[in-house]
Design a protein around this ligand. Sequence first.
Ligand SMILES: [Ca+2]
Ligand SMILES: [Ca+2]
Length: 382
Amino acid sequence: MSGPKRHRRVALFAVPIVAAIFLTVPAGAAATLTVAQAISSQSGTGTVTGYVVGEPTATNTVRTSGFTGDTALALADSRTETATSRMLYVQITSSYRSSFGLLSNPGRVGTTITVTGTLTAYFSHPGLRSPTAMTAGGTTPTTPPTTPPPTGGTDAYYAAAAGKTGENLKTALHGIISSGVTKLSYDGVWNALKVTDQDPANSANVKLFYSGISRSKSLNGGDSGDWNREHVWAQSHGDFGTSAGPGTDLHHLRPEDVAVNGARGNKDFDNGGTAVSGAPGNYTDSNSWEPRAAVKGDVARMIFYMAVRYEGGDSYPDLEVDDATSSGTAPRMGRVSALLAWNAADPPDAAERNRNQLIYANYQHNRNPFIDHPEWAASIFG
Ligand SMILES: [Ca+2]
Ligand SMILES: [Ca+2]
């Protein structure tokens, strides 16, 4: 497919768009299109599934609240999308307005719809006009959300750390991963986790971190059977709360079953204990938690990231690892000897690398260095 690249984007966003073009299905194929595919193939008739993200009112303006009419909506591949360049503007003709117009149905925002129509400009912007079918729901075909690593790898990102070891490496990495960071609100974490932790096998679900269970994205909350926001670096270890900062840093926040999250509590990480109910492969005793084998390394790299990211500046605590499991309120997390072994035993896989890239490209604009370079953990913490 050689659809024209209609939009100029800053370099940060260039890589995901290239991937989207590679994924474009041939014109005329019956497959449901992603929004990115519909944007890059503006001709003929197509069926698109995407998240409703707002009401377009001008070429570069999409209202996300205070809707003014029922005649147009904007679709995106992510329900948290804010860049109009990654939205498809959909005309809502009269027969669909009572069901899909946002003035009448503001609750549509954040839900998926599937629409068939003519792929052509609307509001002088990539669009879909004269719909012949609009239905609620549909699984967005972006399964799983993938976004390849930066062109040329991450060497440029880590240039200031080149050749360094030990404390010098830690200092350099702290500077790199603390620069240009976008901090999320605690509310914003809900929607982000629905993207970063989407179940690769079911885009309507998130995959719970310790338990490995697939659960509906819509079951986020605080009741039994819900999933909530697990702080892998326990909040009480440094008492950083949930204001924007360490308490909302996606690099260590994961979806987990409410009861399993409660069982982990603020325990340090170490080997041993008895099996955890509802979380196969996890073990716990009075003061420590051993995650299942598939995420042992992920836990270690999250803890190492936090110790490097937070060094006492910006009124945040200086988080550090230690070799204890004392579960206190000091800004410490152990047990570093176990974490180093887990980092070696469970190296980063494609899913963990993809998550790091999603956070970098779409949310916080910083990376976890230990996913890109797991060998740096021993140099700094060994
Ligand atoms: Ca792993
Ligand atoms: Ca630190």
